[in-house]
Design a protein around this ligand. Structure first.
Ligand code: XLS
Ligand code: CA
Ligand code: CA
Length: 437
């Protein structure tokens, strides 16, 4: 234990605790809705923000003080890994997630790059022998290097497509080697800047070809992790192909891929798509494709991906409501795809930020579980759609009605009566639950 000497093991001390390095709501062993909090929440640390992020922005260089930054190359990669397992143990998190290039640097050739990866993966396996922390998901970075300037699987350059295939092939082998629970596809540069130079059909067909190759290869090598697609509407490209959950579902249906993928829903990507977090979770849930969650939050005043640690209890409660209604996340989890602000640059801030996120979701879980136990929204919704349980409504639902019978009904019907939707009252009830439980 040498990277975070000022921080010990983070324990649950309860809501009255004033200790910043303690959980106030997250009590891993506590039972909520039939499972422990640890099992319900399945927290994961994002390797990129936590161990490689330097705090740079378009206007200034990095600010983060990280003990491993004295080193470079593979020495730095090894130190980061050691620091990672120290943080996992102190935070007591069950999972982490990474891109290939987060854990090991690129070499001069693809072969050298793969060798660097092999060295780190072997070391990671060693750490995992004595650690409880497993990999929630792995993925590959097909967006940072200049070779991806025109896209990855949707590039105009076939050599780049081939390179990406090699990279994902290695990613799936890594997933198998480490027993990762999921494999994520986030289309970093899969989108376009202008249609004036874009063959939209070819790009989308190629994206589907690529996904089919991935499905086939996973099957061939016996990789059993769940495949996830992570929607995002914009950034880095102006128009990302995986705009939102509904767009991705349409793509999967069109290309006969829908049996193989679920969604990894990120809160900040939902808001960038002009939805809210709950919308994307609900849309995925009701279509049976809610797979995992990137737990963060955006800023309503900023139009870009700020990846803040989630602290908005309203959002975490409604997210946990969807997740509980989904029967949990299965192989998925709550991955903190989030970074401390540029001004929160000390190593301790990594702990404080995760504690804030974990406590916010723990509280959300408790409130959501109570809301479901009391059937608060269920009763409201049941009552609101009551007209479909009898009479003409029942005929519509059961398929007996058609335009003629409905016209006949409408012609003889008395004036139509609507009832109030009572939105303000419902929000007040939600507030009562938030303050009480
Ligand atoms: C970027 C994405 C990315 C994915 C993994 O906006 O959130 O970090 O989660 O490639
Ligand atoms: Ca993400
Ligand atoms: Ca993001």
């Amino acid at each position: 234990m040498k990277y975070f000497n000022n921080v010990g093991k983070i324990a649950y001390e309860g809501a009255k605790s004033k200790n910043p390095f303690a959980f106030k709501y997250y009590n891993p062993e506590e039972l909520v809705a039939g499972k422990t909090m640890e099992e319900q929440l399945r927290f994961s640390v994002a390797y990129w923000h936590t161990f490689t992020g330097d705090g740079s922005d378009p206007f200034g260089s990095g600010t983060m003080l990280r003990p491993w930054d004295k080193l470079t190359g593979m020495d730095q990669a090894k130190a980061r890994l050691e620091a990672a397992f120290e943080l996992f143990e102190k935070l007591n998190v069950p999972f982490f997630a990474f891109h290939d290039r987060d854990i090991a640097p690129e070499g001069d050739t693809l072969q050298e790059t793969n060798e660097n990866l092999d060295t780190i993966i072997a070391l990671m396996k060693e750490y995992m022998k004595t650690s409880k922390t497993k990999v929630l998901w792995n993925t590959v970075n097909m967006f940072s290097h200049p070779r991806f300037v025109h896209g990855a699987a949707t590039t105009c350059n076939a050599d780049v497509f081939a390179y990406c295939a090699a990279q994902v092939k290695k990613g799936l082998e890594t997933g198998k080697e480490l027993g990762t629970e999921n494999y994520v596809f986030w289309g970093g540069r899969e989108g376009y800047e202008t249609l004036l130079n874009t063959d939209l059909t070819l790009e989308l067909d190629n994206l589907a070809r690529f996904m089919h190759m991935a499905v086939d290869y996973a099957k061939e090598i016996g990789y059993t992790g769940q495949f996830l697609i992570e929607p995002k509407p914009k950034e880095p490209t102006k128009h990302q192909y995986d705009f939102d959950a509904q767009t991705v579902m349409a793509f999967l249906s069109k290309y006969d891929l829908k049996d193989h993928f679920k969604m990894n829903i990120e809160a900040n990507h939902a808001t960038l798509a002009a939805h809210n977090f709950q919308h994307e979770l609900r849309m995925s849930r009701v279509n049976g494709v809610l797979g995992s969650v990137d737990a963060n939050q955006g800023d309503t005043m900023l139009g870009w991906d700020t990846d803040e640690f989630p602290t908005d209890l309203y959002e975490t409660t409604l997210a946990m409501y969807e997740i509980l209604k989904n029967g949990g996340l299965g192989k998925g989890g709550l991955n903190f795809d989030a970074k401390p602000r540029r001004g929160s640059f000390e190593p301790e801030d990594l702990f404080l930020a995760h504690i804030a996120g974990m406590d916010s979701f723990a509280k959300g879980l408790k409130v959501a579980s109570k809301l479901i136990e009391d059937q608060v929204f269920e009763k409201i919704i049941d009552d609101r759609y009551g007209s479909f349980k009898e009479g003409i409504g029942l005929e519509i639902i059961s398929g007996k009605a058609n335009f003629r019978t409905l016209e006949a009904y409408a012609l003889q019907n008395k004036p139509i009566n609507n009832k109030s939707g009572r939105q303000e009252n419902i929000k007040a009830i939600l507030n009562q639950y938030l303050l009480e439980f």
